[in-house]
Design a protein around this ligand. Structure first.
Ligand code: NAD
Length: 367
């Protein structure tokens, strides 16, 4: 794709700071790699609440539905803690995910070579690590009905949630998993608790059936508790891990920590493909980091790596995605680090200095 429409949502806290560096990167790709970007910038989260009285204005949602991709910074902050729940910054993000039916959440856990020693695991276990956790994002126990708290006739109180999946919800998630694996190392681990949960048995049945459509991909089934253990025991055995909303939430955080800092972790959330186009939201995994907002300390690389995912998954520009990821590896190898990933004995750089270093690396690699 040579022409792309993008909705840029900087959001709150460090969001505008990291997205400012991303904007420089987008301009670089426009100048040097011939991609024409038609960019709309708007507010989301607390910033949108202040401006529109709503964390996601209807007009913003309309644009979100039209563009090729949405790239977001982060939302939230203590100043909105007492706002009604449905108007809180996070509600804007949840509405966006729901309205666009962004059911497939991709969270890569890639250990960038220069940061292998920053992992909490031994370097040899994580060096070269490249896992993709695919989490179902719009169903399962976080949304299942009935849910609630009640008092029984005998006075005992209890709370309950419902884990529920339609066949179609598992099917579409597994298709994404197999398609992703086909472009990677051709292995999918489908993760559930078929040993103790009916929905786990069902998940396994559907995953197996969908797997038959992808004879070149190896499908393995694994219980979620074992998967958690294997992630810290021998993480390089995995390629794509496809799992439900709850297990994906937990396992992706676990896998994320194998790779070092929160400031390095990108994500993508994809919707259903209609006429060759998928709704897509790209955002760093981290939040708005109010503790460092406005201080020029934030690491912009998670947001920039999220844009690399956008180049790969929405714009079909794999070479450009590779180039951007190589530039990130280059600045890290040159020991240019923000404070969250600082190397000992080397002064950390600011958010904008990291952006400048990245543009320099892009120039060099593109020469
Ligand atoms: P957080 O991710 O904002 O911060 C956790 C810690 O990591 C902080 O010490 C922070 O300084 C550091 N950190 C995070 N990103 C960094 C970066 N790019 N560079 C350097 N350091 C970084 O999580 P939190 O403190 O639990 O939440 C703060 C706010 O963010 C809350 O309002 C929360 O609801 C919101 N939040 C939003 C999202 C999102 O927008 N998707 C995700 C998580 C949390």
């Amino acid at each position: 794709m040579n022409n792309a429409t993008i909705l840029l949502l900087p959001g709150d806290g460090i969001g505008p700071e990291v997205v400012a560096e991303l904007s420089r990167v987008i301009s670089w790709f426009s100048d040097k790699r011939g991609i024409t970007f038609d960019i709309t910038t708007d507010d989301v989260g607390g910033a949108a609440y202040e401006r529109y009285g709503n964390p996601l204005a209807d007009s913003t949602l309309e644009v979100a539905k039209q563009v090729d991709a949405i790239v977001m910074g982060s939302v939230g902050g203590p100043q909105w803690d007492n706002v009604e729940r449905h108007l809180r910054p996070e509600a804007g993000l949840l509405t966006l995910r729901k309205e666009l039916d962004l059911f497939a959440n991709l969270r890569p856990a890639t250990c960038r070579p220069a940061l292998a020693s920053a992992s909490s695991l031994h370097e040899e276990l994580v060096s070269g690590l490249d896992i993709l956790i695919l989490r179902e994002l719009t169903a399962g126990v976080y949304f299942g009905e009935p849910r609630g708290t009640e008092t029984l006739d005998d006075g005992r109180r209890r709370a309950f949630d419902t884990q529920v999946y339609f066949e179609s919800e598992i099917e579409r998630l597994m298709h994404v998993g197999f398609e992703l694996a086909a472009k990677r190392n051709s292995k999918v681990h489908s993760v559930e608790k078929a040993n103790v949960m009916e929905s786990g048995v069902f998940w396994r049945e559907i995953a197996t059936r969908v797997g038959k459509e992808y004879p070149n991909i190896t499908l393995e089934h694994m219980y979620a508790d074992n998967c958690a253990m294997q992630l810290v025991r021998q993480p390089k055995q995995f390629d794509v891990i496809a799992t439900d909303n709850l297990f994906g939430d937990i396992l992706s955080d676990c896998a994320a920590m194998l790779t070092g800092s929160l400031g390095m972790l990108p994500s993508a959330s994809l919707g259903v493909e209609v006429n060759g186009k998928r709704a897509a939201l790209y955002e760093p995994v981290h939040g708005s980091a109010p503790d460092i907002a406005g201080q020029g300390k934030a690491n912009p690389l998670a947001t920039i790596l999220s844009f690399a995912m956008c180049l790969r998954f929405s714009l079909d520009r794999n070479d450009d995605a590779d180039l951007l990821e190589a530039a990130v590896d280059q600045v890290l190898a040159d020991n240019i680090r923000t404070v969250d990933i600082a190397a000992s004995g080397v002064a950390p750089v600011s958010t904008s200095e990291m952006g400048t270093a990245l543009l320099r690396a892009l120039d060099k690699l593109n020469a």
